[in-house]
Design a protein around this ligand. Structure first.
Ligand SMILES: Nc1nc2c(ncn2[C@@H]2O[C@H](COP(=O)(O)OP(=O)(O)OP(=O)(O)O)[C@@H](O)[C@H]2O)c(=O)[nH]1
Ligand SMILES: [Mg+2]
Length: 176
């Protein structure tokens, strides 16, 4: 069926803003109505957004942090996962780390490509990204995980890094 990417992350990390920005960017790339929000943004517990990539359509499904207990019911249909972290919210980091580990160990996601985004880099971060990554034991996680994992720093607000996110989506075609 439709190619699906899951967008996961704790409450308020910036998932919805990221999707809006990516949608505008991908529309601009295809020279259609710039700035016009497209129809088809449903709000039925999860938020579905269609992105037009080169020669294909990708649907991104946002699942909010408070839906954590049912995230796994959506794992079957997806080929890639974006896991978002608010780099300016250190109180959330350890909880996010636990969630990330459970995502990576989920059986249906063993072949999914994973992109970890540290968002809100426009804000003054109470912790350096190096500290965040070591708190997350990110290097260990990446070494032990069966999935290919990419880590990226972005700002959904300023737009920093978002073209790279599109490129990542572009280059990761379904393998499961
Ligand atoms: N400064 C800054 N604010 C951001 C950034 N990304 C998102 N925000 C803000 O953070 C708040 C939450 O953003 P949302 O996109 O609604 O977060 P979400 O992850 O969809 O949250 P839930 O759907 O509740 O889980 C909003 O006020 C955004 O404008 C960013 O990169 N920088
Ligand atoms: Mg949201």
């Amino acid at each position: 069926g439709v190619e699906m990417c899951l967008l996961l992350g704790a409450t308020g990390v910036g998932k919805t803003l990221l999707l809006k920005r990516l949608q505008n960017l991908s529309l601009r790339d295809h020279h259609s109505d710039v700035g016009e929000p497209r129809p088809g943004q449903h709000r039925v517990g999860t938020n579905l957004t269609d992105l037009m990539l080169h020669k294909r359509k990708l649907t991104v499904r946002e699942l909010g942090g408070c839906m954590g207990p049912i995230w796994s019911s959506y794992y079957r249909d997806c080929s890639s996962v974006i896991f978002m972290i608010d780099a300016a919210n250190t109180c959330q980091v350890s909880a996010s780390c636990v969630q990330l580990l459970s995502v990576l160990s989920a059986e249906p996601l063993q072949n999914a490509a994973v992109l970890i985004l540290f968002n809100k880099l426009d804000l003054p971060c109470p912790m350096s990204l190096v500290e965040m990554k070591s708190l997350f034991r990110l290097d260990d996680i990446i070494t032990c995980a069966s999935q290919p994992i990419t880590v990226q720093e972005v700002s959904a607000r300023s737009g920093r890094g978002l073209q790279d996110v599109l490129q990542w989506l572009e280059s990761h075609r379904p393998s499961c």
